[in-house]
Design a protein around this ligand. Structure first.
Ligand code: PEP
Ligand code: MN
Length: 364
């Protein structure tokens, strides 16, 4: 059957009365307890920027025995949290039964996970269960970098009459060496967006990154590339999270992310249409990470300057500097960096740090 192009979709600004772009969805990877949900939802609500709380209650896990989600019980918690905070909630559905259960509890939006999207039988079942339902449905990309599979899942929903549809870019499984948990292959979501301009595309930096330090930089890249929204994992105590502990942000890190994505963007991003530009997009993210680390390092130097002044110590501490250089040279060499390069780099950093400290001490 020839499917109609997705031209009459309802845009996100009409999903909620007060919604203004970009669409922001945030919350823990998994619902764990009512306390956890209330804590995070209150903080997210206070930002005034989050449109939907996210929390998985059925978790499709790669490894049996790992936390599979709290199940049905979590839906009651989410409903109560919505009552208490006014924040609409969304969760992942992986079967028609999940759809019926979630609807019973007044779910405001659902998403379909990467593992489910790859299965056309299940996708069709979920689509049928959603027939006639008016909530937005978000479709994550499948694990494999396969645009047709992603598009096919979206069309199954469209064909049963759903018009509030969004796509989520969560990166793709890849066998190559990468700093990302899931390779972004930006060309695929951007091609989807170019083909269906009415289809909102939401970036999921948490699952692309797999590491909380990278999340803000991937989020910024997504916003600068014109994505229509973000879905971010936020947990009151990420290190204790029962799933995806390494990639969830604390609420305060999430607030920093919001400031960062509001900062001036890069107007000259090249469209990642080939390997070279894909790699360049990755280099840009690494550069952002380096600059972030450098500015944090410099801030520490400034704090050290004030301690040194109080203790009447001189700025240059040769013994300590020797130890720093030795440590970074050893660590760097283990990571495949050449000793000569590390020495040059650290001499420059050290010089800057000394001059910043001297300036501060002169001023004080
Ligand atoms: C999730 O959003 O927590 C999740 C399980 O994501 P994905 O389907 O992208 O792996
Ligand atoms: Mn997750």
């Amino acid at each position: 059957m020839e499917t109609k192009p997705l031209t009459d979709l309802v845009p996100p600004r009409l999903w909620l009365p007060e919604l203004n772009s970009p669409l922001l969805i945030a919350g823990p990877c998994s619902a764990e307890s009512p306390e956890q949900l209330f804590k995070v939802a209150n903080e997210l609500k206070q930002s005034g920027r989050v449109h939907y709380l996210r929390a998985g209650i059925w978790k499709p896990r790669t490894t049996p025995g790992s936390f599979q989600g709290v199940g049905l019980e979590g839906l009651g918690w989410l409903r109560d949290v919505k009552k208490g905070t006014g924040l609409p909630f969304s969760t992942e559905v992986g079967s028609e039964k999940h759809v019926y259960e979630a609807l019973k509890f007044g779910v405001d939006m659902v998403w379909i996970g990467a593992r489910t999207v790859s299965n056309p039988f299940v996708m069709q079942e979920i689509a049928e269960a959603l027939r006639g339902v008016n909530i937005p449905v978000l479709v994550k990309n499948p694990l494999s970098p396969d645009m047709d599979l992603w598009e096919g899942a979206i069309k199954r929903l469209y064909n049963v009459g759903i018009r509030k549809i969004g796509a989520i870019h969560r990166g793709f499984s890849w066998w190559g060496k990468s700093i990302f948990r899931n390779q972004p292959f930006w060309k695929i979501p951007l091609d989807l967006k170019a083909k269906y301009p009415d289809l909102p595309i939401i970036c999921d930096p948490s699952h692309i990154s797999g590491n909380r330090n990278l999340v803000p930089f991937v989020a910024k890249r997504g916003v600068d590339m014109g994505f229509d929204g973000l879905i971010i994992e936020v947990h009151p105590e990420p290190t204790k999270a029962l799933s995806d502990a390494a990639q969830q942000l604390t609420p305060s890190e999430f607030y920093e992310l919001l400031n960062f994505i509001d900062s001036i963007g890069n107007p000259e991003l090249s469209y990642p249409d080939d390997l070279l530009n894909e790699l360049r997009a990755e280099v840009d993210i690494m550069d952002d990470l380096l600059l972030w680390a450098l500015s944090n390092r410099m801030e520490l130097s400034e704090r050290i300057a004030s301690v040194k002044t109080n203790r009447k110590m001189s700025v240059l501490q040769s013994k300590r500097w020797g130890q720093v250089l030795e440590r970074v040279t050893n660590t760097g060499e283990k990571s495949g960096l050449r000793a000569g390069f590390i020495k040059k780099l650290y001499n420059t950093i050290h010089k800057e740090s000394i001059s910043v400290q001297n300036e501060l001490i002169e001023k004080s």
